[in-house]
Design a protein around this ligand. Structure first.
Ligand SMILES: Nc1ncnc2c1ncn2[C@@H]1O[C@H](COP(=O)(O)OP(=O)(O)OP(=O)(O)O)[C@@H](O)[C@H]1O
Length: 279
């Protein structure tokens, strides 16, 4: 098995024996350097997948492997070193009185030596462009800055996989954009695999692959372009498509020829220019 991957093998999960299954026979693999977005309606099982990935939960059926190691009670601490998680509400993720303490918290939990920690704190804060905030009090920061600190704390442990579970949901559009740009830069610089759980369709277009969940099962899977071009399949389960994708549909109905499913305004504009120049 590939060392640097997360694999779900026939995974089924329910929170209690007398409750319905929340995940049903889920299979997927996330490889090195991939950016996978998991989307789906409320309650479709996305956060449960995230929690199974870093051993906050264990499956009743099937297996979860992280970096070739089966996730169970014996391996969970090792697994958590490899899989960092950032949640929706940054305020719930702060424990220290300074930014520095917060970034150090995960490393302390994993028993890292102190001299290594000092370096890592600085490197991680630099990666999220917050180095000048090291001595600040976390509760005085903006929502976007707090999320960056949470990401720095995860980076400091040097994971191979980072899961962002609706990590931008509480931010304004500018804050979202900044966080996603930071995450995208960090992913490329550090060769990480990224898993983003989101309802933000613009965020989804940044991923290399999308997994669509429906009722605890994988409904469809593919590149953002593939997934968003199958609009009927998405609307069947009540999911929306990005604005630019809808716009493209209207234009096609008006007879405008487009060469591909556009993922952003730039791509749509390029196609429109080509189509105009060939008229
Ligand atoms: N701790 C829990 N105990 C019992 N049931 C739970 C628990 N957490 C989640 N569930 C149930 O499991 C199902 C899947 O929840 P999950 O949080 O994985 O969905 P989600 O796709 O992340 O939803 P959302 O988009 O609303 O965050 C839901 O029906 C939810 O009610």
């Amino acid at each position: 098995m590939e060392e640097r991957q997360v694999e779900f093998r026939n995974v089924s999960f329910r929170y209690q024996e007398d409750m319905p299954w929340v995940l049903k026979n889920v299979n997927f693999t996330i490889g090195p350097d991939e950016w996978v977005a998991i989307i789906g309606h409320n309650g479709s099982g996305k956060s449960t997948i995230a929690k199974l990935m870093n051993g906050l939960l264990f499956p009743q059926e099937g297996e979860v492997y992280v970096g070739g190691t089966k996730v169970n009670a014996d391996t969970v601490w090792d697994v958590r070193k490899q899989v960092g998680m950032v949640f929706q509400n940054p305020d719930n993720q702060f424990v220290g009185t300074t930014v520095r303490d917060d970034v150090a918290f995960g490393m302390e939990n994993h028993g890292m030596p102190r001299d290594l920690m000092v370096n890592r704190i600085q490197q991680s804060l630099k990666a999220v462009r917050m180095e000048e905030f090291e001595r600040h009090e976390p509760h005085r920061l903006s929502g976007g800055q707090k999320q960056r600190i949470a990401i720095a704390g995860v980076l400091a442990v040097s994971p191979e996989f980072i899961i962002l579970d609706e990590a931008t949901a509480m931010l304004d559009p500018k804050g979202r954009k900044e966080i996603m740009q930071t995450v995208s830069d960090v992913q490329q610089e550090r060769d990480l695999s990224l898993i983003t759980i989101t309802h933000d369709l613009q965020e989804v277009t940044m991923a290399s692959r999308v997994i669509v969940m429906n009722g605890g099962e994988i409904w469809m899977e593919g590149s953002p372009r593939d997934v968003f071009s199958k609009k009927d399949h998405l609307t069947e389960i009540g999911l929306d498509t990005p604005f630019v994708s809808k716009m493209a549909d209207h234009l096609k109905k008006e007879g405008v020829r487009l060469s591909r499913e556009p993922l952003n305004h730039q791509e749509l504009l390029e196609d429109l220019c080509i189509s105009r120049s060939t008229m």
